[in-house]
Design a protein around this ligand. Structure first.
Ligand code: NAD
Length: 502
């Protein structure tokens, strides 16, 4: 692979930039890979980057660099020094927000406004939240009194896990990466990051930003590549890894669990979902329909928390169907830099093929298509992109595959219900268990239903409103463990109990 000196991500979205070469980032240096792979822009299919895929040697070097950094000055840094550093990282992210927005938009095609307000804003917030958490973390301590009169002071000290593998997907690349990276660093770990092959740019740029903020070389290393038989698998099977934190598909989580099993390493998994919303007849209908449109179509439906099943009390079924179909039809697909654009393309042609496969299956299963259902013709040079129409189905039930498997696109299904018990049973009838939303004006019912949802996150009359200190994660196929606030700290540290006889 030819060498080059810059690791900067895609520079601009307005005029198509020349393809960038994105290298691995190891011990503070850009490092060539074993081969290059193409990264195309999902807006129009143009080539935007050639990415250096890490092989055995590069992954080895990255893990070794992380281990050396752990044993160097980073490992001796006080919590106060670390929190100051993390806040500095947040400040540099804010200052270099335009570059990060460009990187994120180039890789994903999402609207610039979304990248700025959601992805990049949350990146700096993640670093500040992690700094706050670790700065205020307490320790368990117990004064022990034994029946024979002996007394002892027990207290726990928290130590970092060590070298943590951080493996993340493409849908909210920087947001999800920093959600894991910031607490891992706050807890004193060093990391090797494997961003998605679909979104290598913002991780590469973030590595530069961390260095600029003063994070020592080797503390954060980035290896590029694919999952199976590539950098992802090389990392999770590497004997030098002390734990894996992963966000992605449930089947990948299962593969990673098998990969780390021989060495019994801890894992934290945030996986897929087939999330339900329940709409009662007493709900504020306008707010519910607007909320459902957002929870179904934000980021072109490519958010793990997106709603793919909506159960509606029969009395208002037709009103919700008409209202949501109208909202879906009003979404504006277009260029990311156009402020009027609400909805970008899917991440890739391969992902669009998968989603279109579900569109065909839904028809076979008897769906009525109330909105969308196909590929739009947009003109303006966009038809080489992986665009798809925001779609709404009725006529399916929980026996259909389209109601049981995660589609991960801008599509949702409406199903009527008659009683509260039935609504809860329908919502919980899934192998997943990530998130649920209850729409009702009866707050007692809201609490009652929300608590019975078999999920990690249960919203009432809102969606994706997050307090970064609250637990985030899923049950069933949707994950293992919780992150957020002290929950993150619990995963990223190993407590040692000290018992002193008094
Ligand atoms: P994916 O599982 O295909 O890939 C995620 C990451 O894992 C990528 O970096 C990929 O290269 C890597 N990978 C793939 N196979 C691997 C292997 N065998 N060993 C090691 N690494 C491997 O997921 P995706 O398609 O990138 O993302 C979409 C999925 O992520 C959806 O299922 C979505 O629900 C889920 N997701 C979950 C959350 C959450 O918080 N629960 C958040 C966002 C996305």
């Amino acid at each position: 692979m030819p060498t080059q000196t810059t690791t900067s991500a895609v520079a601009a979205t307005a005029a198509p930039p020349a393809p960038t070469r994105l290298r691995n980032f190891i011990a503070g240096e850009p490092v060539d890979g074993v081969r290059g792979f193409d990264k195309t822009n999902p807006v129009d299919g143009s080539l935007i980057a050639v990415v250096h895929e890490a092989g055995v040697d590069e992954v080895d070097r990255a893990v070794a660099a992380a281990r050396a950094a752990l044993e160097g000055p980073w490992g001796r840094m006080t919590v106060l020094e670390r929190t100051r550093l993390l806040r500095r990282v947040a400040d540099v992210i804010d200052r270099r927000a335009d570059e990060l927005v460009a990187a994120e938009v180039g890789d994903t095609g999402k609207p610039e406004t979304l990248a700025r307000d959601l992805d990049v804003a949350r990146a700096s917030a993640n670093f500040r939240a992690a700094a706050d958490t670790v700065a205020s973390a307490g320790l368990d301590s117990f004064l022990t009194e034994m029946p024979d009169g002996r007394r002892a002071l027990n207290y726990a000290v928290r130590k970092p896990l060590g070298v943590v593998a951080v493996i993340v997907p493409w849908n909210l690349p920087l947001l999800l990466l920093t959600w894991k990276l910031a607490p891992a660093l706050a807890a004193g770990n060093t990391v090797v990051v494997k961003p998605s092959e679909e979104t290598p740019s913002s991780a590469t740029l973030l590595a530069e930003i961390l260095m600029e903020a003063g994070v020592p070389a080797g503390v954060v290393n980035v290896v590029h590549g694919f999952g199976s038989r590539s950098a992802g698998e090389l990392l999770t099977t590497h004997p030098g890894i002390d734990g894996v934190t992963f966000t992605g598909e449930s089947s990948t989580g299962s593969a990673i669990m098998r990969a780390v099993a021989p060495r019994v390493r801890p894992v934290s998994f945030e996986l897929g979902g087939k999330n339900a919303a329940v709409v009662f007849a007493d709900a504020d209908l306008d707010a519910a329909i607007a909320g459902l449109a957002r929870s179904s179509y934000l980021n072109t439906g490519q958010v793990c928390l997106c709603t793919e099943r909506i159960y509606v009390e029969r009395a208002i079924f037709d009103d919700v169907a008409a209202g949501l179909a109208e909202q879906a039809g009003r979404l504006r697909l277009g260029r990311p830099e156009d402020p009027a654009t609400t909805t970008g393309p899917l991440i890739s042609q391969a992902h669009r093929d998968k989603v279109l496969g579900y569109f065909a299956l839904a028809r076979e299963e008897g769906a009525t298509v109330l909105a969308g259902g196909g590929v739009p013709t947009l003109g303006d040079g966009l038809d080489g992109g992986s665009w798809i129409e925001p779609t709404l189905w009725t006529g399916l039930d929980n026996t259909h595959r389209t109601m049981r498997e995660e589609v991960f696109g801008p599509v949702t299904s409406l199903v009527p219900f008659d009683t509260e018990e039935q609504a809860i049973a329908l919502a919980n009838d899934t192998d997943y268990g990530l998130a649920a939303v209850t729409w009702t004006s009866d707050l007692t019912r809201g609490h009652r239903v929300a608590q019975r949802m078999r999920v990690g996150m249960s919203w009432v009359n809102t969606w994706y409103l997050r307090d970064l200190r609250s637990p985030f994660g899923g049950v069933g196929l949707s994950g293992v463990g919780r992150e957020g606030g002290r929950h993150s700290l619990e995963f990223y540290t190993e407590p040692t109990n000290v018992c002193v006889q008094l």
